[in-house]
Design a protein around this ligand. Structure first.
Ligand SMILES: *[C@@H]1O[C@H](CO)[C@@H](O)[C@H](O)[C@H]1NC(C)=O
Ligand SMILES: *[C@@H]1O[C@H](CO)[C@@H](O)[C@H](O)[C@H]1NC(C)=O
Ligand SMILES: *[C@@H]1O[C@H](CO)[C@@H](O)[C@H](O)[C@H]1NC(C)=O
Ligand SMILES: *[C@@H]1O[C@H](CO)[C@@H](O)[C@H](O)[C@H]1NC(C)=O
Ligand SMILES: *[C@@H]1O[C@H](CO)[C@@H](O)[C@H](O)[C@H]1NC(C)=O
Ligand SMILES: *[C@@H]1O[C@H](CO)[C@@H](O)[C@H](O)[C@H]1NC(C)=O
Ligand SMILES: *[C@@H]1O[C@H](CO)[C@@H](O)[C@H](O)[C@H]1NC(C)=O
Length: 776
């Protein structure tokens, strides 16, 4: 009660203070918190930090007393007191922290959790000589910061599939606490938020994606802290291995690689801990390790390859098997060919071999053709393709970077078919041949008969048809029809079977006995091969070996030479025969052999014809022709004249006498002889004939050029000279004419005729002839 009376007297001030500071010294109970009328205000402090508890006072108080009651207790204990000058802090207040007073404010540093509770601030005020007391309550809450959390895993190395629980453990911290979970995979990009608010993280079932570090964060009103990572090592695998091949080649039933290449087989099976690998080839072990390398692949490396993966931790196995096939291309290159067909062409392309077979396709000037493996055929209808059109066959194979190709170029054959015939087996058969070379594909040929019916099959470039030789075939026509895809319409040749025809040079040949005769014959037309031959007067075939005969074949000519002509053996009708497989034709030539008189005796009983003399022999028409004039003298009958000529070579050997003209009328005394070679000097002679009996040949003469300048003078002189000669010889001649059988062969019986002096111009011949006429 002493303390309570203190406000009765100012001198009681220290006493009151003492009372206040030492309440235990008083018997009075210390005031409790259930004092009505005052509202407590709340304040928060953090453990270890400092907090200021301000006392709401009015004017400067005389004394301030702070008391404390822990939470749940109503008993207040003094903490500190001040009178404005000095202050006192109770020693037990260390349990609240480091307590001090700053004027009336209670300062608690290094705040302790036990400072949690109610604080009462009592003040003494002096006003108007009166002592007043005030009270104010404060409720202090002490917040505890969270400690660093720690992650706990119930299983550090779980096998995939089990349930795993992660717990976030925190030692202290004022509630409420906020949790968050983070996950960081070894390969992952960073931390990923995986859970909120719960101190437990359940992974049920755990799988490989859960592997990694787990961190939790815990926070409250004061702070937030994060744990270190806890590693969850999920054990799994091996999964089924995946086999890859380098370089990569995938086929329908596995993988492939090129021959001679380096091939790397790699195996990968997801597993923790990592797999161990073993390779098998067709069930025998060949390698351990994830990659198996074939340095140079060959066909024998084809087979089944198995990769076995082993997880040693779990002792589990998985395996995968692949078929490895070694590919190799066909040898060489594709080969192209073209065959003609009725509508166009068939293009063939083949490239056999290889594994797998090469893929082939055709490309033409108008686009892509068919494709196939190993062998591709394109039936192509050709319309309006130009000469030289190219078709390409492309061959592709997986082992080849670029295709290999072959080509065909279509060529149109030039020209048209040519037809000919040959005879075979002794002319028993006639072979019709037809040819049209060149061209790609070759032109197709076939023989057709008159009714355009095909004879035999179509054949390329050449067509042959065999006919049995028979005369009915003569006059028949055959056509060889040629066709080529690039040439529309086609082309043809034709031939007609014919018996050969011939001509003879002269139908009648006269030679003098002992001389040689030439019989000429030439083939005109008809189906080859044709043959010429000569038959003698007895219808016997004349061979080169027949005595006295020589055959001179020259191209289509066949000349028969009769040497040393003998009337007994050689006279008669000769036949020149042209023969082929179809038949023959012939023409005859009459060979006359003129007997010669030996002395006055002439053969065959005819009297000798008169002697003849050449009266004139001059060139005409640039020496291509001569004019011959002659005269007869001496006795004798005559039926005609024979003129002979020969090339007059100035050497010892003259050419043989040939008949220049034989059909001269007995009245004739003048003859133009043509067909001469101006470069050759000819000699001529003339003989009188009497029924195949030749008289003595005249003298031999060579022609001279006409000298027309002397013409008028010579004409005058000729008149007199000729008359004199005529007078003397006329008698002899007349006698001989009257007695043709008795008249002796005498040299004197002659009619002399001087060389004809009459000349003429080449361009305007003057026909002046002195003619001796024998009249009986
Ligand atoms: C204490 O009070 C005195 C007088 O009222 C004042 O001057 C002083 O600044 C105060 N001290 C503190 C720390 O407030
Ligand atoms: C692993 O588990 C998570 C969640 O539990 C799931 O989303 C994911 O698909 C699972 N992954 C595998 C590979 O099973
Ligand atoms: C091409 O193939 C055909 C059938 O498709 C076959 O008859 C022919 O013999 C083959 N030719 C070659 C050269 O392989
Ligand atoms: C087609 O061309 C070839 C080669 O240039 C040539 O030889 C042939 O004569 C030509 N054919 C025709 C019908 O022009
Ligand atoms: C000429 O043909 C006929 C029948 O046509 C034949 O009798 C004769 O022997 C043939 N002559 C020759 C030389 O072949
Ligand atoms: C000459 O021939 C003719 C006709 O053949 C004949 O009439 C005449 O008697 C013959 N003269 C002499 C001399 O032989
Ligand atoms: C005819 O000529 C020959 C030879 O020159 C001669 O031997 C014969 O006597 C002549 N005859 C006459 C009748 O002159």
């Amino acid at each position: 009660m002493v303390c309570l009376s203190a406000h009765h007297r100012p001198s009681c001030r220290l006493l009151i203070l003492f009372c206040l500071l030492h309440p235990g010294a008083s018997d009075q109970p210390y005031p409790t918190l259930n004092t009505p009328g005052e509202e407590a205000s709340s304040i928060q402090g953090v453990r270890g930090k400092s907090v200021d508890l301000e006392c709401r006072t009015g004017a400067a108080p005389v004394a301030v007393l702070w008391s404390f009651a822990p939470l749940g207790s109503l008993v207040l204990r003094p903490v500190a007191v001040t009178n404005g000058v000095s202050s006192k802090v109770e020693s037990w207040a260390l349990a609240l922290g480091v307590v001090s007073l700053r004027n009336s404010t209670l300062v608690i540093e290094e705040l302790r959790e036990s400072a949690c509770g109610h604080f009462l601030c009592q003040t003494l005020l002096m006003s108007g000589g009166q002592v007043h007391t005030t009270y104010s309550y404060l409720t202090l809450t002490v917040l505890v910061p969270v400690s660093k959390p720690r992650v706990q895993l119930n299983d550090l190395s779980p096998v995939e599939g089990v349930s795993v629980v992660a717990t976030c453990a925190v030692r202290e911290g004022t509630e409420p606490l906020a949790f968050s979970w983070h996950h960081h995979t070894p390969q992952g990009p960073g931390e990923v938020l995986v859970g909120l608010s719960q101190p437990r993280l359940q992974l049920d079932p755990v799988n490989r994606t859960h592997l990694g570090w787990y961190m939790c964060s815990v926070g409250n009103a004061v702070n937030e802290l994060k744990s270190d990572g806890a590693f969850l090592d999920v054990v799994y695998g091996p999964d089924k291995p995946v086999i890859t091949v380098e370089p990569l080649g995938l086929s329908e039933d596995g993988i492939w690689a090129s021959e001679k290449e380096e091939v790397t087989l790699s195996c990968l099976a997801a597993s923790n801990p990592p797999s161990h690998y073993v390779w098998f080839r067709d069930n025998s072990q060949i390698h351990t390790g994830p990659t198996y390398i074939i340095a140079s692949a060959s066909r024998t490396h084809t087979g089944l390859y198995t990769c076995l993966a082993h997880n040693r931790h779990l002792d589990t196995h998985t395996q995968t098997t692949v078929q490895l096939t070694i590919y190799y291309p066909p040898e060489g290159q594709p080969s192209c060919a073209v065959l003609p067909t009725l509508e166009g062409v068939t293009l063939l392309c083949a490239w056999p071999g290889g594994f797998p077979n090469a893929q082939l396709h055709w490309e033409g000037p108008q686009g892509i053709g068919p494709s196939a493996s190993s062998n591709v055929t394109w039936s192509y209808t050709v319309t309006g393709l130009p000469n030289g059109s190219v078709f390409t066959c492309m061959g592709q194979h997986p082992t080849l970077a670029i295709p290999i190709f072959c080509r065909v170029t279509l060529w149109e054959p030039s020209g048209s078919p040519t037809c000919w015939t040959t005879a075979t087996v002794g002319d028993q058969f006639i072979m019709l041949s037809c040819e049209w070379p060149g061209g790609e594909p070759p032109a197709m040929l076939s023989w057709l008969d008159r009714q355009q019916q095909s004879l035999g099959d179509l054949s390329p470039s050449q067509a042959v048809y065999l006919l049995q030789a028979q005369s009915e075939l003569a006059g028949r026509e055959f056509t060889c029809q040629g066709s080529h895809p690039l040439k529309a319409p086609g082309s043809h040749c034709q031939l007609r079977l014919e018996v050969p025809q011939l001509t003879v040079t002269e139908p009648r040949v006269s030679v003098l006995e002992g001389e040689e005769a030439w019989l000429g014959c030439a083939l005109q037309r008809g189906t080859p091969p044709a043959q010429l031959l000569w038959l003698g007067p007895q219808q016997q075939q004349l061979e080169g070996s027949t005595f006295g005969f020589t055959l001179h074949p020259e191209g289509t000519h066949l000349r028969l030479q009769v040497r040393d002509a003998d009337p007994a053996h050689h006279r008669g009708t000769y036949q020149c025969v042209a023969r082929n497989a179809l038949g023959n034709s012939s023409q005859s030539v009459l060979l006359e052999i003129l007997s010669k008189c030996k002395g006055c005796v002439c053969s065959r009983g005819y009297p000798a014809p008169p002697n003849v003399t050449i009266s004139r022999l001059t060139y005409r028409r640039q020496r291509r022709e001569v004019q011959l004039q002659w005269a007869i003298y001496g006795p004798g009958n005559l039926t005609g004249f024979l003129v002979q000529q020969r090339a007059s070579v100035p050497s010892s050997e003259d050419g043989a006498w040939e008949v220049a003209a034989s059909d001269i009328e007995p009245e004739s005394r003048d003859r133009h002889l043509g067909g001469l070679d101006p470069a050759v000097l000819y000699a001529f002679r003339i003989l009188a004939m009497n029924h195949h009996t030749a008289g003595h040949p005249s003298e031999v003469k060579t022609p001279v050029d006409p000298a027309f300048s002397a013409y008028p003078a010579v004409l005058g002189a000729a008149g007199t000279g000729a008359v004199v000669a005529l007078a003397t010889s006329l008698l002899v001649f007349q006698y001989a004419a009257r007695h043709p059988h008795t008249f002796p062969c005498t040299e004197t019986a002659s009619i002399t005729s001087s060389p004809d002096p009459i000349q003429e111009s080449i361009d305007a011949p003057v026909n002046v002839t002195i003619t001796v006429t024998a009249t009986p």
